[in-house]
Write a protein that binds this ligand. Structure first.
Ligand code: DAH
Length: 345
């Protein structure tokens, strides 16, 4: 009996001391299992006197009943902790910053081409592209450019070793597409041609040997210089903002007569502040070349220069983007520095 009291008295602390379900199994076996003291005493009951039998029997039953709920409670507790541990392992920390997959974006030059193209498409212009390897006939001769013109020098133009000497080249301008387009389309024509052009230039802050132009051409009956100016003024307002104004300065191009350069009012200082970082105080920004299509060019493509007139223009895409975004070095466009490109996504 004393031994039994001792077992029951120490049982709660032994059960509490079980730190795992395995520990608890062991303790349970020791307290009430088949090898336990309790079981041993149980087996001895038969040998007791008739008086002692029920007393011992009841005592053993009570001891068992006292310990079982404590074991059950501890088991429940340990099971809950094990489940909590599993949950803790599986936990996802929703407060962690999400890992963002880097996605690409269009190069600023392509974005600029798309935007300018859209402005003219809205006016009803078609969009064309043409060969970068071009014939001198298209790049120069049909564009009324005489054999002696300085732009034809090998110091300016990259000729290809193809056909007769200097007969093929990497186009120096998108203008040859004026000729190709008119050769293949009946008037009226309204077309713009974005694309790469090539010149033997050494790389510096404002020159690349490969850059982009957008050519424009409109030919119809009764197209006037006013149409040219109105179209380009509209373009300038769309691209640089509604307050933009334009002016035309006389210039020379072999394939237009008269020819002009188009300036747009400085969108930064709005009129020639000496300290303006964009126009350097001039108030105007040189934008593009343009003019009325020379009758010789119309004649070269088989159009009737007596019946038809037209205007043409050509702009540098890099220059457009540089002026608009305050980019001071054309090299940024080809260096593929993500810190530069990422500013224009
Ligand atoms: N092709 C000329 C250049 O590269 C730009 C140009 C000027 C295009 C006048 C034109 C034009 O269509 O009419 O400098």
């Amino acid at each position: 009996m004393e031994e039994l009291d001792q077992i029951v008295a120490t049982a709660p602390s032994r059960i509490e001391a079980a730190k795992s379900l395995d520990d608890l199994e062991t303790v349970e076996a020791e307290l009430i299992g088949r090898q336990s003291k309790l079981a041993e005493l149980q087996r001895g009951v038969g040998k007791l006197s008739d008086d002692e039998k029920p007393v011992m029997g009841r005592a053993l039953q009570e001891a068992r009943s006292a310990m079982q709920p404590i074991i059950a409670a501890r088991r429940a507790e340990l099971e809950r902790r094990a489940a909590d541990l599993l949950l803790e392992d599986d936990r996802v920390d929703m407060t962690l910053e999400a890992y963002r997959l880097p996605t690409g974006s269009l190069h600023l030059i392509q974005q600029t081409i798309d935007e300018i193209t859209d402005i003219f498409v809205a006016l009803g212009y078609a969009v064309a592209d043409g060969p970068e390897a071009e014939l001198s006939v298209y790049n120069f001769d049909a564009l009324n450019t005489p054999p002696t013109h300085p732009s034809r020098a090998e110091s300016d133009t990259m000729y290809l070793e193809f056909g007769p000497h200097d007969s093929a080249l990497l186009r120096t301008q998108t203008s040859p597409m004026q000729v190709r387009w008119m050769e293949n389309h009946e008037p009226p024509v309204h077309v713009i041609v974005p694309g790469k052009v090539y010149r033997s230039d050494t790389i510096d802050a404002s020159h690349l040997p490969v850059f982009h132009q957008i050519e424009g051409l409109a030919v119809d009956v009764d197209i006037t210089f006013a149409d040219l100016k109105g179209t380009l003024a509209h373009f300038a307002r769309e691209f640089f903002g509604p307050a933009t104004t334009v002016r035309l300065r006389p210039h020379f191009f072999p394939f237009t007569e008269p020819s002009a350069e188009l300036d747009v009012s400085c969108f930064n200082c709005d009129g020639g502040e000496a300290s303006c970082r964009v126009c350097k105080g001039v108030g105007w920004l040189e934008m593009l070349g343009c003019g009325m299509v020379d009758p010789n060019v119309l004649e070269n493509v088989g159009y009737d220069p007596e019946a038809l007139t037209g205007f043409a223009f050509g702009m540098g895409v890099e220059r457009m983007a540089m002026v608009r975004h305050g980019i001071n070095n054309i090299r940024h466009f080809i260096e593929n520095d993500i810190r530069f490109l990422g500013q224009f996504t």
